[in-house]
Ligand binder design. Structure first.
Ligand SMILES: Cc1ncc(COP(=O)(O)O)c(C=O)c1O
Length: 415
């Protein structure tokens, strides 16, 4: 098991006069990593072995094309890597029926690959609006190139599956997108799969924030229900920053054509390698224990916030994500983010439904507890962090600018 070890990463320095200015920046970044509690919703600490895989000569290979159909010689090792990855991923998600491609550079690109693969100009797409929690890659690009319809959460801050069904019946979108960025609740992919079957809609499950819960069977799996599954590798699964796209095997050629030559030229094979190392690490760790730890911490945060009278979007969470609701408060998300940053706690502002503030100010604070679970932070320590956040939100001022730094001294991240 990796988390709980006292040294996660080794320093990698660039010494000598010619690197002096760069080394100053590196030193500052290492200092930040070691002294800030990082609760950015999408942040986590990658497995150290995953970062090691980035530093390999696999990066030197500029092969274009798709597995088995490359435009360059000597692609056997690279294609073998992809085959192995597909096997491992299907195993972790307990399915056998999905093609997996490890080449998308990011989660946004993985989604664009799906759009390129199946959508034509006037096609309709139904996705959750960003203010309710949808990711921007389910929004702006689709609005520009296709016909985007949006669904929102109800006044009870829940997904209304009947409304989604009615829109699908009436509008017949080609694609429905589910899986969110700032809606912290589990999604019922079985219901959505059924809606899509009845209305002839294709389903894209973006499980960027929920992959680990699906592996642990604590959230309903999109596999067998969704035609496409995309996710970022750097959040719950502790990989590098990057994306993976999966699809039912009948869409394999469509996905491959969208990747090359439309969305990218040569993939970054050291990143593909790093994604495979991530899968091996996930096979090794106790995923259920990791998920239990995440949920224990996020529920404690919610409990502490509620005890201070703080309003939480959707009244709680089924994940590592928590959204503090400042819609009726005299403080903006941006001001709160800035106060917490001065206390060495990183979170980010986020708009909420019917937000009267613009995206820069915003009325929500989004935070996630993945990093705390990864370093196995003690209950005492993470409860103190939650207390500092709660008091800062309530008092609207800096309440403590030393505790977070002291706590981080106990969890050496870069050494
Ligand atoms: C649900 C979801 N999809 C896609 C993305 C985009 O990922 P990337 O930043 O790798 O483009 C994110 C980012 O956090 C996300 O939350």
């Amino acid at each position: 098991m990796i988390w709980g070890e006292r040294e996660l990463y080794r320093l990698n320095n660039f010494l000598g006069e010619r690197f002096e200015r760069i080394q100053t920046i590196i030193d500052s970044e290492y200092g930040n990593i070691n002294s800030y509690i990082n609760l950015i919703g999408s942040a986590n600490y990658a497995f150290p072995s995953v970062l090691k895989a980035l530093d390999t000569p696999f990066n030197l290979n500029p092969l274009e094309g798709s597995r088995g159909k490359r435009y360059f010689p000597m692609s056997r090792n690279i294609d073998e890597l992809n085959n192995l990855g597909e096997e491992l991923l299907n195993e972790l998600f307990k399915t056998q029926n999905y093609y997996a491609n490890f080449e998308p550079y990011s989660g946004t690109q993985a989604n664009h690959i799906v759009y390129q693969a199946i959508l034509s100009n006037d096609d309709k797409v139904l996705a959750m609006s960003p203010r309710s929690g949808g990711h921007v890659s389910h929004s702006l690009y689709l609005k520009q190139h296709y016909n985007l319809l949006e669904y929102d959460i109800t006044s009870n801050e829940e997904i209304d599956y009947d409304v989604i069904y009615k829109i699908c019946l009436l509008e017949r979108p080609k694609l429905l997108i589910a899986g969110y960025s700032s809606y912290p609740r589990a999604v019922d992919y079985a219901i959505l799969g059924n809606i899509c079957k009845k209305t002839g809609t294709l389903l894209l499950a973006d499980i960027s924030h929920t992959a680990i819960y699906i592996m642990a069977d604590t959230h309903i799996s999109p596999f067998e229900h969704a035609d496409f599954v995309t996710f970022t590798t750097h959040k719950t699964t502790r990989g590098i920053r990057g994306g993976i796209v999966m699809c039912k095997k009948k869409f394999t050629n469509d996905i491959n054509r969208a990747i090359f030559p439309i969305e990218q030229g040569a993939p970054k094979f050291n990143e593909v390698l790093a994604k495979l190392i991530m899968l091996y690490e996930l096979k090794e760790i106790d995923i259920n224990e990791y998920v239990n730890t995440i949920m224990k911490i996020s529920q404690k945060f919610v409990e502490i916030f509620v005890s201070y009278g703080i309003k939480i979007y959707t009244s709680g969470t089924d994940t590592h994500l928590i959204l503090i609701d400042l819609r009726n408060e005299e403080i903006t998300g941006q001001q709160c983010e800035s106060l917490l940053c001065q206390e060495h706690i990183l979170v980010n502002r986020n708009q909420l439904p019917n937000d009267k503030r613009n995206a820069f100010d915003a009325s929500g604070i989004r935070l996630g507890v993945l990093t705390l679970a990864t370093i196995n932070m003690s209950c005492n320590d993470y409860s103190s962090v939650a207390e500092i956040i709660a008091q800062t939100v309530v008092k609207k001022q800096i309440v403590d600018n030393s505790t977070a730094i002291e706590i981080m001294k106990r969890y050496n991240i870069v050494n």
